[in-house]
Design a protein around this ligand. Structure first.
Ligand SMILES: [Zn+2]
Length: 138
């Protein structure tokens, strides 16, 4: 059994049960499905009730946006991994040595606490904190 939400040209909506979608199509062709309000046979099925539909659309949009942000962060991570040197826990030390000794022009990335990050910024060292997303998780 399958339940369809039906909508009539008069604007009325109602539910009806059919054994399968083929039965719905053949009954509709024979004009045997009648609107419960105006008895017109100009009814067609809707996938979901209108209020449900708008709700699910909102959820879908949010998920899509989250996916886009996630994708951009992953791209950003890949870019950094490709173009910068990983220094791990030595990030603060390495960032200072690049800034003061001008040792290398290559960018670095690694771990720093929020305190270390603000210290570096106070010293005029350019650092940025980005969310480090897991590439494997989907
Ligand atoms: Zn109707």
């Amino acid at each position: 059994m399958i339940k369809y939400n039906l909508v009539c040209k008069c604007g009325g909506t109602f539910e009806s049960w059919f054994s399968n979608s083929t039965e719905f199509d053949s009954l509709r062709k024979k004009r045997l499905i009648k609107c419960i309000y105006c008895e017109s046979s100009s009814v067609k099925k809707t996938v979901m009730a209108p209020n449900l539909k708008s709700k699910s659309n909102k959820v879908l949009k949010k998920t899509k946006l989250e996916k886009n942000i996630r994708k951009q962060l992953i791209d950003f991570r890949k870019y950094i991994e490709k173009n910068c040197k990983y220094v791990g826990e030595n990030f603060t030390k390495e960032a200072r040595s690049i800034h003061y000794d001008k040792k290398t022009s290559k960018g670095i990335y690694g771990k720093a606490t929020p305190e270390e990050t603000s210290e570096l910024l106070e010293e005029g060292i350019e650092v940025a904190t980005i969310p480090w997303v897991d590439k494997t998780e989907n």
